[in-house]
Design a protein around this ligand. Sequence first.
Ligand code: ACM
Length: 553
Amino acid sequence: MNPSKGTRLVRLHRTQRTAFPRLLGSLLLVTAAGISSVGAAPGGQAAGSGPATAASPRPLGQTVPAPAEAKPGGSPYTITAGTRIRVEDGSREARKIGDYLAGVLRPSTGYALPVTGRGGDGIRLRIDSHDSASGAEGYTLKSNRGSVTITARGPAGLFHGVQTLRQLLPADVEKNSRQKGPWEVAGGTVKDAPRYAYRSAMLDVSRHFFSVAEVKRYIDQLALYKMNKLHLHLSDDQGWRIAIDSWPRLATYGGQTEVGGGAGGYYTKNDYKEIVRYASSRYLEVVPEIDLPGHTNAALASYAELNCNGVAPPLYTGTNVGFSSLCVPKALTYDFVDDVVRELAALTPGKYLHIGGDEAHSTSHEDYVAFMDKAQAIVGKYGKTVIGWHQLTGGTPVKGAVAQYWGYDQTGAAERKQVADAAVNGTKLVLSPADRSYLDMKYDKDTKLGLAWAGYVSVQRSYDWNPAAYLDGAPEGSILGVEAPLWSETLTNSDEIEQMAFPRLPGVAELGWSPASTHDWDAYKVRLGAQGPRLSALGVNYYRAPQVPWAAQ
Ligand code: ACM
């Protein structure tokens, strides 16, 4: 077996790039310009005009993601020492969202901001189960002299509305110490709901391990941009990161290193539950991934009997891919998969379980298909919906399965067609094109962190594509949403995560949330530039990409 055979570097197809992305961008610009109510510059500010001054309220609609509809008008609302956060329906979830908002606003405003019941002016949070307009995650925000009212059909919508409110306030509101204000919210109405139901970020905790605190920090950043899934890549050749009681050495042995030979680590079941709980408090669902049948060296190293030859390989701390495979003919392999899926499913309240399926270069096609059939059945047995990387479509995706596309714009026609055909046959798709949405790709040749096997991915490139039109032949309704994966071969801490994720992650979040009619790089880059002071206030170590007109701090 030649470990370098499967290395990502041989998959580089950069030279096949064409001018297509730029052409797509300008077509979208024309579309956006032709739609006036939302348009390229929500909030009525001309595209390309500079950010608002600190003294004036931030224009309604200048948030990231752009809202579906923003109608500025009337007097601004000002948060003062007397402001109350009124939870109008008294539900526990609405109350928690009120407490969360108070937690954001109190340190910087220095105000008490009591969270109270209904009646009177202030910041009003209202769940109205009859509000059919807003859908499961939508909301309406109305702001005038007396109040800001956020109404939603359910708590997720209310929470997303609160993120909009945050972004309408000055960036200083994010700081942890008392700031000057004034705390004005522009007058008018925002009506908003997401374009896609699946808006995900993936964190690879295998190549390098990240602590629960580091994962929570990322969750908070995802919530600000209305992402609703956190995909955790929990196992790979370099480390197994989740405790499984029936196979304890997976974590205690297979989790004890990482790329470069560091100490690694793993989540206890309680750690994982705490991540799930925290994500859920930010309205994100955790999608756990156990990558199978390849990317399994850490498991094979932990249990000799999982190997076809009965010999455990050493732990691996390099960055090659495609050299490991579970032993497809062995019955024990499926006891193993069953135990892992059963325990992980029991820990995971969300609907999905990701079984990988990518880069199985050391598994024959026949074995791959046989294995994926059995693994999918096991996921179904424990009540979860299968997600797999798009190679799953080379086998037989079960009914209801989701395939995650991670090819390039220029991935070969046959492979793209295989995915599109599966979509025609009912497989839903999550799009995470490697040369668009992979946050670990270098921005350009000078980027210190990250890899470049899918090419350089500038901020504009990561934003300037249209999920609905991306994969020829895939029906529009087959697109469940988008994901921004972050592989961690080169990343070891939150600072490094943030340097690669920001500012590209907000662009993918916007592709997932905002209507296609708002898509316009020239308008987007101004809204993104206005996020600079907010990210700074939050202590996010973002890359000050020269493509973006960053607002003064
Ligand atoms: C992948 O990047 N191997 C899914």
